[in-house]
Design a protein. Structure first.
Length: 161
């Protein structure tokens, strides 16, 4: 009986695990109050509410992202239609943020920057960016392109019309 020789591939790429510094791996001590925005970690999640006097103090992940200027989401808005309806589209975006932030304090708009071709909305979370992209696309049609990166820890959205 003849044995077959196994070859071992040495040219395989090894994917390194990328650590998201803003993702919580452990639990915060309860209750914890964000010293910047007033969000409260209680019941295993960040919420808005009254903090007891003995609450721990910390800076929440959303405030850290804002401080570091490191967005999880970016929405690029462009096109002639955007330029003509910029104010009402930005009002829609602001209203979407209010609704999302009311339920999920870690999902916020960090900045809205004007560019030569339109505007870029930077967000602290992937979910709010996706929500804004879909809301703009649903209300005004146009072309929507969604690209995930970093194992779905970041998102880049382009909308044009």
């Amino acid at each position: 009986m003849q044995m077959q020789k196994r070859t071992v591939r040495r040219d395989k790429l090894i994917e390194e695990y990328r650590h998201d510094t803003y993702k919580e791996w452990g639990k915060w001590p309860e209750p914890t109050l964000c010293s910047r925005c007033g969000a409260l970690f209680s019941g295993g999640r960040w919420t808005w509410g009254e903090a007891p006097e003995n609450a721990n103090k910390a800076v929440c992940p959303a405030c850290k992202r804002i401080e570091d200027k490191y967005p999880a989401g970016e929405i690029q808005l462009s096109g002639d239609f955007f330029k003509e309806h910029k104010e009402e589209i930005l009002n829609l975006i602001t209203n979407e943020e209010k609704a999302e932030k009311a339920e999920h304090p870690m999902e916020r708009i960090m900045a809205i920057e004007q560019t030569d071709i339109g505007a870029v909305v930077k967000t602290t979370g992937v979910h709010i960016a996706k929500r804004i992209g879909h809301a703009v696309s649903k209300a005004y049609k146009g072309d929507l392109d969604i690209q995930y990166g970093d194992g779905e820890n970041s998102i880049r959205i382009a909308w044009t019309r």
